[in-house]
Design a protein around this ligand. Sequence first.
Ligand code: TYM
Length: 326
Amino acid sequence: MTRVFSGIQPTGEQHLGNFLGATRNWARRQHETDAFFCVVDLHALTIKLPDGEVRDGSLRLAQMLMAVGLDPEVCTLFVQSHVREHAELAWLMQCNVSFGELSRMTQFKDKSDQHAFVSAGLFTYPALQAADILLYDTNEVPVGDDQRQHIEITRDIADRFNSHYGETFVLPEAVIPETGARVMDLQNPGNKMSKSSESPKGTIGLLDDPKQIEKKIKSAVTDTDGEVRFDFAQKPGVSNLLSILGAATDRDPASLAVDYAQYGPLKADTAAAVIELIEPIQARYRELESDPAETARLLAMGADKAREIAAATMDRARTNVGLLID
Ligand code: TYM
């Protein structure tokens, strides 16, 4: 059976980009694959956050992932730091990736510009991500478009390791959705929607109330020519709305454009479609939120399942790389 793995950081609130680009597809794929989904708390430590945020955020994110539709009885849902092999394999990955390769990662360039303290962990972040993926003999990694480069470097590291030390890792493929892979900021459609966005008006949180969502979409930046056309280069704001509407209704954004002569109705329909999609998630989240002990139990169950596979891969890697086995 196809093995699927993906991860998500427990920082900030989840937004429409995470959902349309990644987690919605995780929920869809869990039934037909052997799927592992991971709250990557160690990755969140690469940037200094307020005390308690990673701990609380991990629990809340796990609840949100279940609200989105991940069923811990169907897939393996767990927290990265609960499976120690992630940090251990990350070291072997760091020793098999070059300084030059890490220096070319666009995410490092973007993030290091935003922070005064640039940790070594932020620089070696892709090595930990490669460890996450390779530990599970992963075939497919469902992600949004911004993770493309990370999956590429994972393949490069795996390939190098295999040719150097013998067949150890499976080479994974990125699986990126046709629509929703790159949801843009509603106020700055040249930037992707993100948790760290300076404009909260540009980001739709999965916990925003319907009135807020409507307001944000209605005040989304468009342009002055008034024509509804799917053309990201010339009309990024309008194309972003068409993409969101297309992803929310499972329709092709370019063909949706012909239904609209003006921006007003496009915005109204986009808002309605997003609200319809998000409201049931919010209701499920509110239920799950009231029972953190049950969430912790489910995560412990997930970690037990994950550890079994991770330990076997780690043993193989330790042997092949040439360590004295204890
Ligand atoms: P993270 O936490 O930033 O994002 C989680 C997922 O959401 C997708 N995403 C988006 N998709 C479309 N439009 C957007 N505006 C948008 N913003 C975010 C991301 O592409 C991602 O799929 N490095 C990863 C976490 C990670 C990981 C892994 C992923 C760690 N280990 C192993 C896959 C496999 C990250 O920071 O994702």
